[in-house]
Design a binder for this molecule. Structure first.
Ligand SMILES: Cc1cc2nc3c(=O)[nH]c(=O)nc-3n(C[C@H](O)[C@H](O)[C@H](O)COP(=O)(O)O)c2cc1C
Length: 384
């Protein structure tokens, strides 16, 4: 006799097949983009990365980690890039490995760091809408260094960066991705244009809400024109404060942005830390005509928490659920949720961003573990 726990019942809808634009997904679970700093020094994905992603092939959709569309966009050492033939070849090995493992579609996240970058890492002065440094130190090959004052982007820089995003999107398709996610969240370049404290421009790319959303619109339009709108997603983090962001008009800014992007036929809108109790969530859902992907704010990394948060989001109109750390620590997350099995905890935060296999490809799948009775969940041992 099979017993279904509340947690299992709550995750059940996540396991059903889903549709994303022109793509069929085997389930509703999306692996959120996770920067892991395992690329070669020039940003080329390594064979170890192919193993890591192939281990996670059962995700309904994998959004591969933030990859820079040009040299100036590099944030940290050993992050991935997608602007040279070597980058395309490296990513092709990754997408082929995932496909060989029976994986579903993959998107690549395109991220320009803007002021979240350092000449000691990228070799160039970082760019930003305004010459305002990140109010933090930044990790470089020489350790943590004070942030430098970024160069205010000229009209030419803006046009060139938009073109680099479009060309990176074409590269991503050449590398075997089904689409790209434009990273407009977490305090990186596009978010720096959106937020009033990082965008003090007085030209047409600053000032009013319409001015501050313009760069994001231009990037998304260029990328959509390059590869087709149904292959393009956009990630946003309303109310997010990462990387020194202070939004003062979130409730006006994001509805305007969502409305501006809503008519383009994009594949999806991806909300970081989606909170169904925040009225902004409902407004965004009402304004966005397409697929809404929600990355829940989880109180703890357990199947129970994932089930509860996802059920609330799906009930309030989210279409797909994106998870980061649960996929990081559980290569077979989908199977574990299907079985109601306990999850591996994230072992060591430090290992998230260091090179090598430890804390990367050595998280066990259920079959690798000695016996279910010795598996300890974050919320204690599971009692059969
Ligand atoms: C190690 C690590 C790397 C991350 N890298 C990215 C990234 O490349 N792009 C991005 O948009 N978010 C990134 N994030 C944020 C995650 O995608 C996700 O939004 C966050 O972890 C919250 O979801 P979770 O509770 O399911 O982990 C990262 C988070 C972690 C922990």
């Amino acid at each position: 006799m099979t017993h279904t726990t509340d947690a299992e019942a709550a995750v059940h809808p996540l396991l059903a097949p889903a549709r994303l634009g022109v793509l069929d997904l085997p389930n509703h679970l999306v692996m959120a983009p996770l920067t892991r700093n395992r690329a070669a020094a020039d940003g080329t994905p390594t064979p170890l990365m192919a193993t890591y992603y192939a281990q996670r092939a059962s995700a309904g959709l994998i959004i591969a980690e933030a990859s820079t569309p040009n040299a100036a966009g590099q944030t940290y050492p050993n992050i991935t890039a997608i602007h040279t033939p070597s980058h395309v070849a490296g990513w092709r090995r990754v997408t082929e490995a995932v496909r060989a493992a029976g994986g579903g579609p993959m998107f690549l996240q395109l991220q320009h760091g803007g002021r979240v970058g350092h000449p000691a890492t990228s070799g160039v002065t970082p760019l930003s809408p305004s010459p305002l440094p990140l109010p933090e130190t930044i990790f470089t090959p020489d350790g943590h260094r004070p942030a430098v004052v970024p160069r205010e982007m000229s009209a030419h820089d803006i046009r060139a960066t938009v073109a680099d995003f479009a060309s990176a999107a074409r590269n991503a398709l050449d590398a075997g991705f089904e689409g790209v996610e434009v990273h407009s969240a977490n305090g990186h370049l596009l978010h720096q244009f959106l937020a009033g404290n990082t965008n003090r421009r007085t030209d047409g790319h600053g000032g009013s809400v319409a001015g501050r959303i313009r760069f994001v619109r231009e990037v998304v339009e260029a990328v959509a024109a390059a590869i087709g709108p149904q292959r393009v997603g956009v990630r946003i983090s309303p109310r997010g404060t990462v990387n020194g962001i202070e939004e003062t008009d979130t409730d006006v800014l994001y509805p305007a942005l969502v409305e501006a992007l809503g008519g383009s036929g994009l594949a999806y809108l991806h909300l970081v830390h989606a909170d169904p109790a925040d009225p902004l969530f409902g407004r965004i859902r009402a304004l966005w005509p397409g697929t809404l992907m929600a990355n829940p704010l989880l109180p703890e990394l357990t199947a129970q928490a994932i089930g509860t948060a996802s059920a609330r989001l799906l009930a309030q109109g989210a279409d797909l659920i994106a998870l980061g750390r649960p996929f990081l620590a559980n290569p077979d997350l989908v199977r574990r949720l299907a079985l109601g099995a306990p999850l591996n905890p994230v072992r060591d935060r430090y290992l998230m961003y260091t090179g090598g296999a430890t804390g990367y490809t050595d998280y066990p799948a259920l079959d690798d573990q000695p016996s279910s009775s010795s598996i300890v969940a974050l919320d204690g041992p599971r009692v059969a």
